[in-house]
Design a protein around this ligand. Structure first.
Ligand code: THU
Length: 133
């Protein structure tokens, strides 16, 4: 069995500390590891006009895209006030765009990874863009 990726958990937790969540007071952090070992992270960013805010996973994906990260091998997500937070529906779709069905997603509490699932498991029968190409 592979060791829980504590460094990726720590990257997500560090990102969570930078969350801007004055309205929900629900800080979230996410970290993405690429095949070349690089890690891209992000936190949720809220806006007074609530629907304009966005999720930690989306910030992390933005950093991943701008960093020209290669194949994603694993993702970790953490929320300060909830153990095993799972990505929202929109973020599942966004993550699916840049991952594979067997990409691992690590769900964390404040001390580390507590459960590991796959993208396919959290977004079964999802819409895929192949047909649009
Ligand atoms: N949030 C995330 O950052 N990721 C998720 O997958 C779930 C929700 C954020 C959005 C908002 O800033 C706060 O958590 C409460 O919904």
């Amino acid at each position: 069995m592979t060791k829980p990726p504590h460094d990726l958990f720590l990257a997500a937790k560090e990102a969570m500390a930078k969350a801007y969540a004055p309205y929900s007071k629900f800080p979230v952090g996410a970290a993405i590891r690429c095949e070349d070992g690089r890690v891209f992270s992000g936190a949720n960013i809220e806006v007074a006009s609530y629907p304009e805010g966005w999720c930690a996973e989306t910030t992390a994906l933005g950093h991943y895209i701008m960093g020209s990260g290669g194949r994603i091998t694993e993702v970790a997500v953490i929320a300060e006030r909830m153990a095993k937070v799972t990505p929202c529906g929109g973020c599942r779709q966004r993550l699916a765009e840049f991952t594979q069905p067997d990409t691992r997603l690590h769900l964390c509490d404040n001390d580390g990874v507590v459960e590991t699932v796959t993208m396919e498991w959290i977004l079964p029968y999802g819409f895929r863009g192949d047909i649009l190409k």
